[in-house]
Design a binder for this molecule. Structure first.
Ligand SMILES: Cc1ncc(COP(=O)(O)O)c(C=O)c1O
Length: 383
């Protein structure tokens, strides 16, 4: 796969990996619903043998996301968790990983309840202060896994500083770029080794598939990731690859609207007397507002806010009408959720609360509806 830096982001989003179909001229990449491919003679084929290994619709998405992240190699998996799982196969028993303490609850769950059973160990630190990460490094530390912004309290880690630290200590860096998307943040350009996405979120953008994507410039990492696709098989289906490709075409315009809507919703929440702390990097009082301005091209569509108690949160979540009470994020529709009992239910209460995920915390994935309608809905629910 070649880098396609010649074109702007939206041009790449629409065209990278997607040439008109050579057989028919179809402008849209066909959904290649096939498990296998005919061979002319033993070993003589057109580059495709079996769809667990590769499929042309999946290849198109893999090339597309590689271009959007300014990377060389892309790989698509059946979910964000399957992609994170593929990254963990880069490690060996005895290896140690440092993770941002506020990673998605499912990432925490996989680390503590799955990978620790197979000889890996994890230390969770607040990576907004990289001294914490430096102190946690041991002789066996092989990976620094950062989520920025974090889910749900929107903490931002300084990626250039993380790269400096990791290079000094010869540690592989991974960034979960799900919340920012490559439109707002490109970690590989800052020297990060591996980018991972839950494509289920903004990249698809329409809440109609699950997927995971990995991008890297490192051929050795790519070799291992491809081997995991083939050996373990948690790959993305052709139809879901096609849905995700349809989503990435409009990523830039959707993100512009998510940014604009979230900014006014965050300002509304920050000024409301029933709302305590509001977590949004676009607010000037966000602790990493300046860093977010430096390393992101916008603040994204995710906001968390504290309403004081579970009872109050439940009351608000029952009253909303435009916002839908549901897990997940990044779709065109506004979704509202309760991290303590939903996305972060598997994180022990003490750890959860220490990282700001209190029983009164509400998370909102601001959609691209009319901002006035979202605000009116929240105003009514908070009244
Ligand atoms: C930041 C982040 N990373 C990874 C995941 C896991 O992705 P998936 O649900 O597609 O497996 C999620 C899911 O919510 C997420 O929010």
């Amino acid at each position: 796969m070649k880098k396609k830096n010649r074109y702007g982001f939206s041009t790449k989003a629409i065209h990278a990996g997607q040439q008109p179909d050579p057989a028919t001229g179809a402008v849209m990449t066909p959904v290649y619903l096939t498990s296998t491919y005919v061979q002319e003679s033993i070993g003589k084929h057109k580059g495709y043998e079996y769809s667990r290994v590769s499929n042309p619709t999946r290849t198109a998405l893999e090339e597309n996301i590689a271009a959007l992240e300014n990377g060389t190699y892309g790989a698509a998996f059946a979910s964000g968790m399957a992609a994170i799982d593929a990254i963990m196969y880069l490690l060996r028993p005895g290896d140690h990983v440092i993770m941002s303490h506020n990673v998605y609850g499912g990432t925490y769950r996989a680390a503590k309840l799955v990978y620790e059973n197979y000889g890996l160990s994890y230390t969770f630190v607040d990576t907004t202060n990289l001294e914490n990460a430096e102190k946690a490094i041991t002789k066996t530390t092989r990976m620094l896994f950062i989520e920025t912004p974090t889910n749900p309290t929107m903490e931002i880690t300084d990626l250039e500083a993380a790269v400096k630290l990791a290079e000094k200590k010869k540690i592989t860096t991974v960034v979960d770029n799900t919340f920012a998307t490559p439109y707002l943040q490109r970690p590989l350009d800052m020297g990060i080794d591996i980018v991972v996405h839950s494509a289920t979120k903004y990249l698809n953008g329409h809440s109609d598939m699950l997927g995971g994507l990995i991008v890297t410039n490192d051929p050795k990492v790519d070799e291992s990731i491809r081997f995991t696709q083939k050996a373990i098989g948690g790959i993305l289906s052709p139809f879901d690859a096609w849905l995700c490709l349809r989503g990435t075409k409009t990523l830039a315009v959707r993100m512009d609207r998510h940014n604009a809507n979230a900014q006014v919703v965050a300002e509304f929440l920050a000024g409301h007397k029933a709302v305590g702390k509001v977590y949004y990097p676009g607010l000037p009082d966000h602790p990493q507002h300046e860093l977010a301005k430096k390393q992101m091209r916008g603040f994204g569509g995710m906001i968390a806010f504290d309403v004081g108690s579970f009872r109050q949160a439940n009351k608000i979540l029952k009253k909303v009408r435009v916002c839908s009470l549901a897990e997940s994020l990044g779709g065109v529709e506004t979704l509202i959720s309760h991290p303590a009992t939903m996305t972060h239910a598997s994180v022990p209460k003490k750890e959860r609360e220490a990282s700001g995920v209190t029983d009164g915390l509400v998370r909102i994935s601001v959609g691209i509806e009319d901002a006035d309608d979202i605000i009116a809905d929240l105003k009514n629910a908070l009244s």
